[in-house]
Design a protein around this ligand. Structure first.
Ligand SMILES: [Zn+2]
Length: 469
């Protein structure tokens, strides 16, 4: 029997605000433990939460970008559970009336439904030391989160990966989150079940947690789907449970039986009034939504006549897209700019683990360098050597070329001298060329390049060498 998977994702995103969701504490990451706390986020008796307006603004911005319907009067609920990282023993979250519902995101031309987007506060963080102690840091308590829940519309682990990549790109374009997975600003849990192909009824699902990258989500889902199929094929039953992804062993392991909503004893938060997002404010927020990745991709294909692959790579990241557009303002050959960005620039950034906005390379630098290649001042090969220098020093290409003496040799007399040397030193290759083995020419040109450290103009070298032979 053939089986198909049904996948739904729950993504928690930390919103980029200066202060927490219900108090004025700072949201700085990496400061000393418990230094960013107050009676409100520590859950002291008698304190009152006050909703941060910026949190709502950023959340509304996102829900609009995800084509959601904003609930006119949404409510906050208390989700009750005990855990040492939760001093109040409840989390303020949203339950049956979330901020927004009924949205969608197009992922590779497939509409993935967004069931709901709701606001909530984060819990603190437990740190288990090697000495066997457990420490708690409440700085994260009360950090503003949104949870984005999809319909079970995803069919494959790869589609889940694509969904997350697109979602992250939208979050970055909107500047509502820094999406830093290492710092926990973006976390994803997956619900997955299997069923025989053609069956409408859903199978029992498991929830998989603890994936710290999108690739890990993809791998964990692949594993979990295979595991479930095996269990069913052997006549077993899937338990509704939460499982942890073990990145090292590449397996999922049972963590606890899946809790039901009623386990949390949800009840309306008595200290917060229902939240009403006015039509007027919604409209105002809407005007602040920039061109989103999909629209930009389309414009890059049509406006710059780029292949869709290029457009996709360039628009995946807003600062990269801006870098590309700004470079073409100074050097209006889009495909050439795209080629250099996609190979050399992205290669360097990946190696240095940097975003283009953090690097010293500017659009004027790249444009200037491409001009120098066009004018024959340097060869493309030298260009590839100049680029890392710009990244390192922030100096202009002209400066680097001057300092390093990289100007291309276009003077024929000078090149002829080197050609003579190459011919004397490689009699066998010359002989071969003369007896008709034309591909030997490439070798001889290569020798000239080697002696001039890549500075000889390749076209001139080629021509002169042929004449000489
Ligand atoms: Zn606080």
């Amino acid at each position: 029997m053939d089986y198909e998977a049904v996948i739904g994702l729950e993504t928690h995103v930390q919103l980029k605000t200066n202060s927490k969701i219900f108090c004025g504490c700072s949201t700085n990451f990496g400061v000393s433990p418990n230094s960013q706390t107050c009676p409100v986020c520590l859950g002291f008796p008698g304190v009152l939460p006050v909703l941060n307006k910026k949190v709502v603004e950023l959340a509304v911005k996102l829900t609009l970008a995800l084509n959601c319907r904003i609930t006119p009067n949404c409510k906050f609920h208390r989700k009750n559970y005990f855990y040492p990282d939760l001093p109040k023993a409840y989390q303020i979250s949203q339950y049956d009336e979330p901020l927004a519902i009924d949205g969608y995101l197009d992922v590779e031309a497939v509409k993935i439904g967004i069931t709901r987007v709701h606001l909530e506060e984060d819990a603190g963080k437990l740190i288990h030391t090697q000495e066997g102690d457990s420490l708690v840091d409440y700085n994260r308590c009360g950090m503003p989160l949104i949870e984005i829940v999809t319909e079970p519309d995803l069919k494959t682990p790869h589609q889940a990966y694509e969904y997350l990549t697109d979602l992250k790109s939208i979050l970055e374009y909107l500047e509502v989150s820094d999406c830093n997975m290492e710092e926990g600003s973006l976390r994803c849990d997956a619900n997955v079940s299997i069923r025989p192909v053609g069956q409408v009824e859903l199978g029992t699902k498991t929830e998989v947690k603890n994936m710290n990258s999108f690739k890990a989500v993809e791998r964990a889902l692949s594993y979990e789907i295979e595991r479930q199929i095996k269990v069913v094929q052997q006549g077993g039953q899937i338990n509704q449970e939460t499982r942890l992804w073990d990145e090292k062993k590449e397996i999922t392991i049972p963590m606890r039986s899946k809790e039901e909503a009623h386990d949390y004893r949800y009840f309306p938060e008595p200290d917060l009034v229902p939240l009403e997002v006015s039509q007027e404010w919604t409209e105002e927020i809407k005007t602040g939504i920039p061109e989103l990745p999909q629209a930009k991709r389309q414009r890059f294909i049509e406006g710059y006549e780029l292949p869709s692959y290029d457009a996709e790579v360039l628009t995946a990241n807003k600062s990269l897209a801006n870098f590309f557009e700004n470079t073409t303002k100074f050097y209006p050959k889009p495909k050439m700019v795209s080629n250099w960005i996609m190979t050399e620039v992205l290669g360097y950034l990946a190696e240095a683990n940097l975003d283009i906005s953090q690097s010293k390379l500017t659009p004027t630098h790249l444009a200037e360098m491409l001009e120098l290649i066009d004018s024959g001042t340097i060869s493309g090969k030298i260009g590839k050597e100049v680029l890392p220098e710009i990244f390192k020093t922030g100096k202009s290409p002209a400066e680097i070329i001057q300092e390093k003496g990289l100007v291309q040799i276009t003077d024929g007399d000078e090149i002829v001298k080197v050609i003579e040397q190459v011919i004397t030193e490689n009699p066998k290759a010359v002989e071969e060329y003369k007896t008709g083995k034309k591909e030997t020419l490439g070798f001889l040109v290569g020798q000239v390049m080697k002696l001039t450290k890549g500075k000889a103009n390749p076209q001139i070298t080629n021509k002169l060498l042929q004449e000489r032979l």
